[in-house]
Design a protein around this ligand. Structure first.
Ligand code: HEM
Length: 336
């Protein structure tokens, strides 16, 4: 069967594959934000050092608000694991007719399992509550990077679950510098997220009473390493922003795919807003609402960059893209 043929052509009772994918993406985004809420409210130790049980119980009937927050996060994470298994089982049956969908679903499933494993290790190793170790900061940042790799894989899943999926396999050879330009952007963005996780952890463990006190602590040689490192995050944010602005222009020049243009413009727009939200976050000492907004925009940015990477790698080479666009603009060309 043609890999680009409609995977939902057969009438199916119940939820379609595309709907299942959208639901999975929405649920994962919610769990990622909820994870930040657990951290920001200091609820990570709400179930003690117990996993998968919560304070030694299946359902903790006693316990305070922190237990309720942490337990709800575990319940939603379980829901996301079930959704992931459902999606995998559905896509397994389509693996021959839509290998692109299958490949990205396998990647998403692997990152989802790692995500659950990192959550479990965070609790079992006691990297919660009053723990002020560098390991805790590194774990949060690593967890965040894995969350974004999951989001990126889900972007690929969504593209290949659509009625007209991009070409497959994605090729790097014969694409000129396109693959390198996009890969640097993806790695730069992940590095930025890692630094964001470090900044968030520094703020959570050592909250400042004022902006001036926070900036003084950033430059104090006696400060905790996580505080000293957090200043790097805005610097990396601005550097990656400049790179994306220049590199997406270059990518568009190498391959002017129309869908890529929409995604690139969306990404740059979200990124600009994100720089503003990040600055506000810093100035207002990171209130929880702004932390969640900042993280939500980070998730959207990475989703768009991953989708853009797939779309551009899959699009036909420059000459045929331009020829197609020209033929559409000039009906006379179509006749030649
Ligand atoms: C001038 C630019 C930026 C500034 C001043 C800034 C500031 C901050 C601050 C203060 C935090 C810690 C908030 C907290 O305590 O939770 C943070 C976290 C974070 N930032 Fe930024 N940021 C900037 C740009 C960006 C950009 C462009 C991205 C991604 C596209 C990003 C992604 C993140 C992420 C993922 C976190 C961790 C969120 C969490 O785990 O809750 N930041 N940022």
């Amino acid at each position: 069967m043609n890999p680009t043929s409609e995977p939902h052509a057969k009438p199916r009772r119940g939820i379609s594959t595309l709907q299942l994918v959208v639901l999975t993406i929405a649920a994962n985004a919610l769990v990622i934000l909820q994870g930040a809420f657990v951290r920001a409210t200091g609820s990570g130790a709400g179930c003690g050092r117990h996993w998968p049980l919560c304070n030694g119980e299946v359902v903790p009937l006693s316990g305070g608000v922190h237990t309720a927050i942490e337990f709800t996060h575990r319940l939603l994470s379980l829901g996301v694991l079930i959704l992931g298994a459902w999606l995998f089982a559905r896509v397994w049956r389509m693996r021959r007719e839509n290998p692109g969908l299958f490949a990205f679903t396998v990647a998403a499933t692997v990152f989802l399992l790692i995500e659950a494993g990192l959550g479990a290790l965070t609790v079992l190793w006691g990297l919660t509550g009053d723990n002020q170790s560098i390991e805790r900061g590194l774990m949060v940042a690593t967890h965040l990077v894995n969350s974004l790799l999951l989001v990126g894989s889900l972007a690929g899943v969504l593209l290949y679950a659509r009625p007209r999926p991009p070409a497959w396999p994605l090729r790097l050879r014969g694409q000129g510098p396109l693959g390198t330009v996009l890969a640097i952007g993806l790695v730069g963005m992940l590095f930025l997220m890692f630094s964001g996780g470090i900044a968030a952890m520094g703020n959570t463990m050592f909250p400042s009473a004022s902006l001036a006190e926070g900036i003084a602590a950033d430059f104090d040689p006696d400060s905790h390493p996580l505080i000293r490192l957090r200043i790097l995050h805005p610097i990396i944010g601005i550097t990656v922003g400049i790179y994306l602005f220049l590199s997406l222009g270059t990518a568009w020049w190498i391959k002017p795919a129309p869908e890529g243009r929409v995604l690139a413009q969306g990404l740059l727009g979200v990124y600009l807003v994100q720089l503003g939200v990040g600055t506000l976050n810093l100035a207002l000492l990171a209130p929880i609402v702004l932390q969640l907004l900042h993280l939500g925009l980070a998730v959207v940015s990475f989703f768009l960059l991953a989708a853009l990477t797939v779309v551009l790698l899959a699009a036909p080479a420059k000459r045929s893209v331009r020829a197609t666009a020209g033929a559409r603009a000039d009906p006379a060309m179509e006749r030649t």
